[in-house]
Design a protein around this ligand. Structure first.
Ligand SMILES: *[C@@H]1O[C@H](CO)[C@@H](O)[C@H](O)[C@H]1NC(C)=O
Ligand SMILES: *[C@@H]1O[C@H](CO)[C@@H](O)[C@H](O)[C@H]1NC(C)=O
Ligand SMILES: *[C@@H]1O[C@H](CO)[C@@H](O)[C@H](O)[C@H]1NC(C)=O
Ligand SMILES: *[C@@H]1O[C@H](CO)[C@@H](O)[C@H](O)[C@H]1NC(C)=O
Ligand SMILES: *[C@@H]1O[C@H](CO)[C@@H](O)[C@H](O)[C@H]1NC(C)=O
Length: 315
């Protein structure tokens, strides 16, 4: 059922065990070498894993448990693996997790993608957490887990995409001062607070596509001088302020910036002039620039904003 391999990576010997068998329903304790550093149990019927099971592999560094049948985890699960830095639980049925569940190992990467989680408890992690990567995408979250963020001062990557978030409260991201990538794609956000990103100056990737955003605060991007990817496609934007556009082409902005504005219902009245002018000058920064199209007025419907003439703009 399980395959064993050992490779040398950057001078470190990695002993990897991979188990993948859809009839496996018990933890494969037998035959796990004590020197295992990476364990993957994938696409099995495993529904229980305990601290006792992990005692067999005390120097484990990475534990991948993709697409199994786990619905919860014991609170002391990680006590036996004091070197574990990566835990990936993608594609299980996790819905409730007990306090301290991720507190007993020095985790840096935690992936809880594609589960049934509707609430995140700050008690899951220790106060001095060194987590740099947290992936909660594809769950049922309706609120941003602000209390948990208080513990995540080292977090660089946060993925909250494909949840049910409706709001990003002012200050919610403030503790995440090291954040570099934030993915909020595929939620139900309809507004953002002007200061939402005020304390995350190192953001390079900001994914806001597939939400219900109707307008953006003009100062939203103030201070985000490292931004390289800004995705706003598939929202409900009709207008965009000149202040915000100016930030996207200011001398302090990264030369590598890419912005996605397409698939929004742009209103091509006189106010679209700012966007039109910006596109003339910054076409290279706009991803799928020709697909930035007017939704109204009727006479300009489906026209590419860039292609509008002076007289159509009423200039
Ligand atoms: C999965 O495990 C459960 C018990 O945990 C068992 O009832 C079920 O038959 C197993 N399914 C498969 C496909 O082996
Ligand atoms: C790991 O343990 C197994 C069995 O105990 C042994 O055969 C193997 O040589 C060990 N590998 C390393 C890299 O220590
Ligand atoms: C998952 O485990 C439950 C029992 O915990 C069992 O009833 C169910 O059949 C399992 N799912 C699969 C796909 O085997
Ligand atoms: C985080 O890293 C610091 C410094 O390396 C260390 O003292 C602390 O114990 C770590 N925290 C956890 C929860 O492992
Ligand atoms: C932001 O990035 C710079 C350069 O990578 C780094 O020196 C600085 O510590 C980072 N700031 C925070 C708050 O992490």
């Amino acid at each position: 059922d399980c395959g064993l391999g050992s490779v040398r990576l950057r001078g470190v010997v990695v002993v990897e065990v991979v188990c993948s068998d859809d009839s496996l329903s018990q933890f494969p304790s037998d035959g796990l070498p004590g020197n295992t550093t990476t364990l993957s149990i994938q696409s099995t019927n495993l529904s229980t894993i305990t601290a006792n099971h992990l005692q067999a592999t005390p120097i484990l560094k990475e534990l991948q448990l993709y697409y199994n049948n786990l619905s919860t985890l014991p609170s002391d699960l990680l006590r036996a693996v004091p070197h574990l830095h990566t835990l990936d639980l993608t594609g299980n049925h996790l819905h409730f997790l007990p306090p301290y569940v991720f507190s007993h190992a020095p985790l840096r990467n935690l992936v809880l993608k594609i589960n049934l989680i509707s609430g995140v408890d700050a008690d899951w992690l220790p106060d001095n957490s060194n987590l740099t990567w947290l992936d909660l995408s594809g769950n049922h979250l309706t609120a941003v887990p602000t209390a948990l963020f208080q513990k995540l001062r080292h977090l660089k990557n946060l993925d909250l995409s494909h949840n049910r978030l409706e709001k990003l409260l002012a200050g919610a991201l403030n503790p995440l001062s090291s954040l570099e990538r934030l993915n909020l794609e595929g939620n139900q956000l309809s507004a953002l607070d002007p200061s939402a990103f005020r304390n995350t100056p190192n953001l390079t990737h900001l994914f806001l596509q597939e939400n219900q955003l109707e307008r953006l605060p003009p100062t939203l991007l103030q201070g985000l001088h490292r931004l390289e990817f800004l995705f706003l496609n598939f929202n409900r934007l009709g207008h965009i302020s000149n202040t915000l556009l100016e930030q996207l082409s200011s001398p302090w902005t990264s030369n590598h910036l890419w912005v996605a504005f397409s698939q929004n219902p742009w209103v091509c009245d006189k106010k679209v002039e700012d966007l039109w002018k910006w596109l003339q000058k910054n076409q290279k920064k706009a991803f799928l620039a020709d697909d930035i199209r007017c939704a109204s007025p009727e006479s300009l419907k489906e026209r590419s904003v860039m292609s509008l003439t002076d007289s159509e703009l009423g200039l």
